[in-house]
Write a protein that binds this ligand. Structure first.
Ligand code: GLN
Length: 392
């Protein structure tokens, strides 16, 4: 057989998405890959129905339909606190997955170093390898998931060209305070580096925490590449609509990467999604209320059962500490992945093994998500209760 690339041998497919496939095979309740089981807003769906008949059905402008870029610039300009030029500072991508990859390929030369927090959303590992970058990991230490700013400075001193900041953070639910973001931003400026942000959970930040856009901090706009998406905000993960915002220098280059990677996101879906971006503030308030309820419902249930968990400040993920199970004789030698497979088959609930997020040798966490109807969460809790009965 002719050889295939060495580069792609160094990573696996996404464990998050693999868990969905395994979950489907066994008909488990899927709390692994994070996506809602409820419908997107009616107004967006109605618009999609119109678009089905009216079009567009051919390519949109490669960099994103003009009205979508304008709507993104308008909404995110308010969040960032600055006028954003939809022509030169916004690029529409196929999900923020593509935005992240575009950001990395836009700024990295082979061998460049990039700082990545650990635990991290697993795409960043593959993004780094595919763009030729070498990750330097900075621990976010459980249970608070705090970091040591000195380690970030050390990374920049070692030549890191960028740092990836997922805020709110998948999988640990950390929301970075304005002060913490400032301290990271100041270092990025001092060492003339970029901050690549992943802000797809920006609207899922629970009181008393609040979301700060890195790009809006003093002096940070030109140092920040903001990656975001409409997936979580409008419950349309399957539409694969994301975007990147940055200085025109960055965006004009990212446009070339995008042009040859995907040409463009689906035109009819871009058109329908504009409707969502025109929603008023009340939409985001209701979305947050909905997720706050779901979070409280799941966390209360976990407390009742007695499963140890963190309290996410943002996102729709919760980390469960499974050490007490791994200590049982029947799980001796189990990896967290094997534990998750056991859970799918025997408990009927799918989770993501924590090791797919941690660089360190940490195997005692699993991640659940709560973007599910209350009924589904209730059934998941009933099933999880059975797990607890294994304990002495
Ligand atoms: N961000 C979601 C998760 O971590 C899934 C995103 C994806 O699979 N593209 O589960």
């Amino acid at each position: 057989m002719p050889q295939i690339s060495d580069r792609v041998q160094t990573f696996t497919d996404s464990v998050i998405r693999r868990m969905t496939r395994i979950s489907n095979t066994y008909g488990a309740i899927n709390l692994s890959q994070g996506f809602p089981d409820f419908d997107p807003p009616k107004a967006i769906l109605n618009r999609l129905a119109e678009v089905a008949l009216e079009g567009p059905h051919q390519y949109s402008i490669t960099f994103g339909a003009k009205n979508l870029r304008e709507a993104i610039a308008e909404k995110q300009g308010k969040a960032i606190g600055r006028a954003i030029d939809p022509e030169t500072e916004v690029l529409v991508t196929c999900g923020s997955t593509e935005a992240m990859m575009c950001a990395m390929m836009t700024i990295c030369n082979p061998g460049d170093k990039v700082l990545v927090f650990s635990p991290f959303y697993e795409n960043y590992g593959a993004d780094a390898i595919l763009s030729g970058a070498e990750p330097i990991y900075v621990p976010l230490v459980p249970p608070e998931y705090d970091f040591d700013i000195q380690q970030i400075e050390d990374g920049f001193k070692a030549g890191a060209k960028a740092i990836i900041v997922c805020n709110p953070s998948n999988p640990c639910g950390k929301v970075f305070s304005r002060d913490k973001l400032m301290s990271i931003g100041e270092l990025a400026v001092k060492y003339d580096a970029y901050v690549i942000t992943d802000e797809v959970y920006e609207h899922l930040v629970y009181a008393p925490y609040s979301h700060t856009c890195m790009a809006g901090l003093p002096g940070m706009y030109d140092h920040t590449i903001t990656c975001n998406s409409l997936s979580k905000t409008f419950s349309i993960t399957g539409w694969r609509l994301g975007y990147l915002i940055g200085s025109s220098v960055v965006v004009e280059t990212a446009k070339k990467v995008h042009d040859f990677l995907t040409v463009g996101a689906a035109a009819p879906l871009q058109e329908a999604a504009v409707t969502g971006l025109h929603f008023g503030e009340e939409y985001y308030t209701e979305l947050l209320e909905l997720y706050t309820k779901k979070r409280d419902f799941l966390l209360d249930g976990l407390d009742r059962i007695g499963l140890k968990h963190n309290v996410p400040q943002g996102t729709y993920f919760v980390m469960i500490d499974i050490q007490e199970f791994l200590d049982l004789p029947q799980f001796q030698g189990f990896t967290d992945l094997e534990f998750c497979e056991w859970m799918i088959k025997n408990i009927g609930v799918a989770a993501v093994p924590g090791s797919s997020f941690f660089r360190e040798n940490i195997n005692n966490y699993i991640r659940l998500h709560f973007a599910r109807s209350e009924e589904t969460l209730k059934e998941a809790l009933t099933r999880l209760e059975r797990m607890k009965s294994l304990l002495p």
